[in-house]
Design a protein around this ligand. Structure first.
Ligand code: GCW
Length: 661
């Protein structure tokens, strides 16, 4: 009897689990597809693991015409790109190599899933960047620095013997949006990552990722030769140290012949680096570049450096790296955070972009929401990514956007790359919040084509992840597209930055000022509120960070009248009664912004509540409960910041603004 009951239960529950709506399928949902085309409707030559995956995707999910998959030598220049052409009886996907064919297959599956026309195709795609890379800040103990989706996906204890099925699912998800590289471990790197037993584990992951066109990279600790190799030091000019890296690198390539290279955080936030030995970032990077060169590997050297000093933190990376321009080997690329401080809700672009004229540069974005409400807040990041990419640096004259400086279209960059700090963990839905999946998706899509609009990306993602019903897509799209600005409004509008609670960076703490603590880690350092006004004077009369921008931006930012209002308090210390463009005083405007952020989140709650008919119960409830948290947090931010700043402004909260409690 008991057995019977168990069987009955399994029988009843099986279909439920099979159609689990827990978000685990990401955007790769093919709800109505029972079976794809039969294998004899796919024409292709040769055998190759990547090609096999492409064919499997088609036989499982593709319901359209016959498909021909062709590799053509003449298309090598497209790199990972492809051409798709359709006529009445078949679709031809051609590419220089199999990776391109796989991307082409995901392209047509996306078209099918979003119910787009697949009968008149004439598409040529070439990725904006060669290296489209996720940076995982995952530690060897399974924790994830600034990760909000559970523990690390990588089960180091189980590897190399036990293999989680999620490794392949992860690779497939990345391939479906064009991501072709991953750094497995935290930039605050443990030297143990390079231990032989760990490299054996890395090899297993690399083997799983390879057929999906994904290369593995590692973050390395600069002190590895000393700590792991027990050498006298890790001085990059020491022959023994150079030999240690040489041997370690050959060991890696023996295990992983297509290994991508190293990512390095050096002399930053307490990490070791070449400066410990009186050497420069270029000395350190070049030593590694030399040993990687024969294998075709690269070094991504981070420019995120600052130290406790009298100098404005926003200026430090530029000051340190500019003198090194032209000194880096050609397989080094300098990885620069989008803004000069640290992944804030809004920053101006980092002035290093374009300033290094003889060095390849790449942008680093944060997909994980360290400063944007973790995985609790719904904040769609494509508008943030695009704001930086579309910023005109004026480095090579008008039109020198960050995108064009980094994608090789303006300069003859040897390597082009773009990095995103991953928001992925072992949570069933991968990212903690279903809507945070959209940020992984958006990063991949923009790395492939930075010209896609945020709206295009949202349209695709919503249709693939939920439904193409316009009654759902239109309101939710509006919510997503405005969500970043909303978060800026309730957290730190008008150019305010880094007024987060110390260390965890979740809630507000504008009053933060620990006695004896590092000044550049204290919120008061960044907002500088006093009785006269608020904001960081970065003009000539202040830190003069404006001078790091090319003309005319130095003047535009430097002049309070022409500085964009959304960056006003980033560049200026502004009197409380200063008149804003809409006639309000600065104080009123601040109140208004915080308040409108709160109101928008409440609006999102109402929008979402109406979406119940179009979404499965599980995901509906998850999003609803997250929005509830966000709405409470928005009020917390508004009240904390307004009450605190009011102690300086001594001005009343305008009557039409919700009272802080
Ligand atoms: O944003 C800060 C984070 C650190 C991080 C550092 C970095 C990995 O608070 O957790 O360390 O930046 O980017 O190196």
């Amino acid at each position: 009897m008991n057995n019977f009951r168990t069987y009955l239960l399994i029988f009843l529950l099986f279909p439920l689990s099979f159609f689990a709506e827990d978000g685990s399928q990401l955007w790769l949902r093919f709800p109505n597809v029972k079976k794809g085309i039969s294998a004899d409707k796919i024409i292709s030559k040769g055998k190759n693991p990547t090609l096999e995956i492409a064919k499997k995707e088609l036989t499982t999910y593709w319901q359209g015409q016959m498909i021909e998959l062709r590799t053509e030598k003449s298309l090598k220049h497209l790199k990972d790109g492809y051409i798709i052409k359709s006529n009445s009886d078949k679709i031809i996907i051609s590419a220089g190599k199999e990776n391109g064919l796989l991307y082409g297959v995901y392209h047509i599956l996306r078209l099918q899933q979003t119910k787009s026309d697949v009968n008149h195709l004439n598409i040529t795609e070439k990725p904006s960047y060669d290296v489209r890379i996720l940076n995982h800040w995952d530690n060897l103990d399974g924790s994830v620095e600034r990760g909000y989706a559970g523990k690390s996906l990588w089960k180091w204890e189980d590897l190399p013997n036990k293999i989680s099925p999620r490794y392949e699912e992860y690779a497939r998800a990345n391939a479906s949006i064009g991501i072709n590289s991953v750094v497995l471990n935290n930039v605050n790197a443990s030297p143990n990552m390079l231990r032989t037993d760990y490299l054996q584990k890395v090899k297993v992951l690399a083997n799983i990722f390879r057929p999906y066109g994904i290369k593995v990279y590692l973050s390395v600790n600069f002190s590895s030769p000393k700590v792991l190799g027990r050498l006298e030091n890790s001085d990059p000019l020491n022959k023994n140290v150079q030999n240690w890296w040489k041997d370690k690198t050959s060991e890696i390539y023996k295990l992983i012949p297509d290994f991508g290279g190293f990512l390095v955080k050096a002399n930053s936030e307490g990490q070791p680096g070449p400066q410990d030995y009186g050497r420069t970032h270029a000395d350190g990077a070049n030593m590694m570049a030399d040993v990687l060169k024969p294998f075709g590997g690269i070094v991504m050297w981070r420019a995120f450096v600052y130290s406790p000093s009298k100098e404005d933190r926003a200026k430090q990376a530029y000051l340190e790296f500019l003198p090194l321009d032209g000194k880096f080997k050609d397989n080094v690329i300098v990885q620069i955070k989008n803004g000069p401080i640290d992944f804030q809700p809004r920053e101006p672009f980092n002035p290093l972009f374009g300033a290094l004229k003889k060095t390849s540069e790449m942008a680093e974005f944060q997909i994980t929401q360290e400063y944007l409400g973790f995985s609790n807040h719904l904040v769609f990041l494509a508008p943030l990514f695009k704001e930086t990419l579309e910023s005109d640096t004026y480095a090579d004259g008008k039109g020198s956007t960050v995108a064009k400086i980094t994608d090789g279209s303006l300069r003859n960059n040897k390597i082009t790359a773009i990095a995103g700090v991953a928001n992925i963990g072992e949570d069933t839905n991968w990212t903690g919040n279903i809507f945070a999946q959209a940020n992984w998706y958006a990063f991949g899509r923009l790395a492939w084509n930075h010209e896609l609009s945020s709206e295009q990306i949202v349209n695709e993602w919503l249709k693939m992840t939920f439904t193409d019903n316009q009654k759902f897509v239109n309101p939710v799209k509006e919510m997503m597209l405005s969500s970043r600005e909303t978060a800026v409004d309730y957290m730190m509008p008008l150019g305010l930055h880094h007024i987060f609670a110390f260390d965890h960076h979740y809630g507000p703490e504008p009053w933060g000022n620990i006695q004896g603590g590092r000044p550049d880690w204290m919120p008061v350092y960044y907002h500088k509120a006093d009785e006269n006004g608020v904001g960081f004077d970065r003009t000539k009369s202040g830190s003069n960070a404006v001078s790091q921008y090319f003309s005319p931006l130095n003047n535009t930012f430097g002049n309070i009248e022409t500085c964009p209002e959304n960056l006003l308090l980033w560049f200026h210390h502004v009197p409380w009664s200063y008149q804003m463009k809409d006639g309000k005083t600065l104080w009123e405007e601040l109140c208004f912004k915080y308040d409108s952020g709160v109101k928008n989140v409440r609006e999102y709650q109402k929008i979402w509540d109406k979406m119940e008919p179009y979404v499965d119960a599980e995901r509906f409830k998850q999003v609803q409960s997250k929005l509830k948290i966000q709405s409470k947090d928005a009020v917390w931010w508004k009240d904390a910041c307004l009450l605190y700043f009011q102690t300086f402004s001594k001005m009343p909260i305008p009557y039409n603004i919700e009272r802080p409690v």
